[in-house]
Ligand binder design. Structure first.
Ligand SMILES: [Zn+2]
Length: 291
C-alpha cells in the first residue's frame, strides 16, 4: 500500500555490501550459518534464469511486491516455459488516500491491477492465489492458521523454487507490517511444509510433505544473486506501472479515466529509474538453501 512509501522501501543500493566482504565473512560449506550471516556471492552454475519446465512459487504480502522486485526474473521464467504460481497474502485494500475510495472498491482495483501485471509478465490470472487478508492487518491474523494456509499452498504446488520477502531485511523487520509478518510466516510455512507432523491435518487433506529446495528472497539487504533482466526491463516497467493506483496522484484521487495515460508515464519513469549494474538492468536476491 502507498506507492511512494513502498518505493522508499525498495533497497536503494543493495550493492553497497561488496561481494568481497561477503565472501570474507562466510566460508564455503557453512550452509547452516546462512540465515543469520551474510552469504557469499553465488558463483554456482545452476542459474534459475536458465530453468525451464520447473515450478516456481511466489509468496507476496501485497499484489505488487513481487512485480517490483522480481518481475523481470519472473518474465524470463515464464518465457522459458516454467509454471509460476503467485500466492498473495492481502487484498491490498487500504493503500489509498482518496476520500471516495472504499475497501471493497480498492480490493477490486488491486485485483485487476495484479492480474494485468501478471498477464504482462506471462503469468495467467488463474495462477494467482488470493489468501484474502486485509491490507495492513496480517499481523492480527492467527499465525497458526496463516502458516498452515501457506504450507498448504506449498504442498499443493510442490515448487522447485520459491520467491518471498527476506525476513532479515532491516526495513522489512521494523517498518512494514505485512512484509514483516509475511516474510516470517513464509519461512515458517516452508518448514511446516517439509515436516509432516507440523500440521498432520494437511496430510489428512491429501497434501504430503514437500521440501522447497531453493529460495530467492527479495527486498534483501544481503543479496548474493544478480539476474540480468535487460531483455525484459521494459516489460517489467509496464507490469509495475499496471499497479497504477499505488503511484503518484492516483493514491490521492483514483481517476479511472487517467489509467492508461498514467500507466504509460509511470512505465517510462520506472524504466529510467531501474537498478543498473555496468549498464545492464538487474534484479538482486538473497539465494538460499538454508532456512
Ligand atoms: Zn508490499
Amino acid at each position: 500500500m502507498g506507492g511512494r512509501a513502498r518505493m522508499r522501501a525498495l533497497p536503494a543500493m543493495p550493492g553497497l555490501l561488496s561481494a568481497a566482504c561477503l565472501i570474507a565473512a562466510v566460508t564455503a560449506g557453512q550452509a547452516g550459518a546462512q540465515v543469520s550471516r551474510p552469504e557469499p556471492e553465488y558463483t554456482g552454475t545452476d542459474r534459475i534464469e536458465e530453468w525451464s519446465e520447473r515450478r516456481i512459487l511466489v509468496v507476496t504480502p501485497h499484489p505488487d511486491d513481487e512485480t517490483f522486485t522480481s518481475g523481470g526474473t519472473l518474465a524470463i521464467l515464464a518465457a522459458n516455459g516454467n509454471d509460476i504460481r503467485v500466492v498473495v497474502y492481502t487484498t491490498d485494500n487500504a493503500g489509498s488516500r482518496d476520500p471516495e475510495m472504499t475497501k471493497d472498491r480498492l480490493k477490486a482495483i488491486r485485483r485487476a491491477e495484479e492480474e494485468e501485471a501478471c498477464r504482462i509478465l506471462g503469468i495467467p490470472k488463474e495462477n494467482i492465489v488470493w489468501l484474502g487478508h486485509d491490507d495492513g492487518m496480517l499481523e492480527y491474523v492467527d499465525r497458526r492458521d496463516l502458516t498452515r494456509q501457506v504450507a498448504r499452498e506449498i504442498r499443493r504446488f510442490k515448487p522447485d523454487a520459491l520467491f518471498s520477502v527476506d525476513p532479515g531485511s532491516p526495513w522489512e523487520q521494523y517498518h512494514k507490517s505485512d512484509h514483516r509478518s509475511g516474510a516470517i510466516i513464509t519461512v515458517d510455512a516452508i518448514r511446516a511444509a517439509r515436516w509432516r507432523l507440523y500440521f498432520p491435518e494437511l496430510e489428512a487433506e491429501g497434501f504430503e510433505a514437500w521440501s522447497v529446495p531453493l529460495v530467492f528472497f527479495y527486498y534483501s539487504a544481503n543479496p548474493n544473486y544478480t539476474v540480468d533482466i535487460t531483455a525484459v526491463a521494459e516489460k517489467k516497467a509496464r507490469a509495475s506501472a499496471a499497479h497504477i493506483s499505488q503511484f503518484g496522484s492516483m493514491v490521492d484521487r483514483y481517476d479511472p479515466e487517467a489509467v492508461d495515460e498514467q500507466r504509460k508515464e509511470w512505465a517510462a519513469r520506472l524504466l529510467a529509474r531501474a537498478e543498473r549494474e555496468n549498464g545492464r538492468v538487474v534484479e538482486r536476491f538473497r539465494r538460499s538453501t538454508a532456512y
